[in-house]
Design a protein around this ligand. Structure first.
Ligand code: GLN
Length: 195
């Protein structure tokens, strides 16, 4: 059984737990406190609001240990605000949060809430079937270092990437019934780290 955590501070936590519950041999675990990090084989950082989530990481005193676990190879997937939390650089903003991944992200890159959208795209790295992609006040990646692998671009904007044990998406697979991206995270990152 693989224990996959969902950072339970703010945002689309129950939606990720629900997607994970559809995958065999995976136990979904809420992660809020330092101790919760001990038993997990991978972690999802959900979408939500990155400034709030960043503050809560401090309030719950989990930030430095989480950063250390990621630096030591804990498989992690950041969706939307989760991508912002993992970025080493945030465009037009001094503060960063976990700052573990060599990417520069632009927050709210598609405009306001009203500019949120959904599209279906083929992302060969993830699946040979089209995937529904939901963008809600989403960031995209402006720059990557040479060790970051770009997984998906839409209209020339980078919306999915990976670096070592870290995976980020601008979009929210947990807000759809499609579990292909969750399966990809588990197969490509969590299982290989356990083996
Ligand atoms: N706009 C949010 C932020 O900057 C992210 C939006 C999301 O996670 N859906 O934190």
């Amino acid at each position: 059984m693989l224990n996959v955590g969902v950072l339970d501070l703010q945002g689309s936590v129950k939606e990720h737990l629900n997607s994970l519950s559809k995958i065999k041999n995976v136990e979904a675990i809420k992660v809020k406190y330092k101790d919760d990090l001990e038993s997990i084989n991978g972690l999802i950082i959900p979408g939500g609001e990155s400034t709030t989530m960043g503050k809560l990481l401090d309030d719950f005193n989990i930030k430095s240990l989480l950063k250390e676990r990621i630096a030591n190879g804990l498989p992690v997937w950041g969706t939307c605000a989760g991508m912002i939390l993992l970025a080493k650089n945030i465009h037009n903003q001094e503060d960063t949060h976990l700052a573990t991944m060599d990417i520069t992200v632009k927050r709210n890159a598609y405009g306001r809430q009203i500019n949120s959208f959904m599209t279906y795209e083929l992302i060969p790295e993830i699946s040979n079937k089209k995937i529904p992609l939901v963008f809600i006040r989403a960031p995209y990646i402006l720059e990557t270092s040479s060790t970051v692998e770009i997984i998906a671009t839409i209209n020339n904007n980078i919306v999915a990437a990976k670096q070592n044990n870290m995976f980020v998406t601008s979009f929210h697979p947990e807000l759809t019934d499609d579990i292909q991206v969750h399966q990809y995270f588990i197969e490509t990152f969590v299982k290989t780290a356990v083996c």
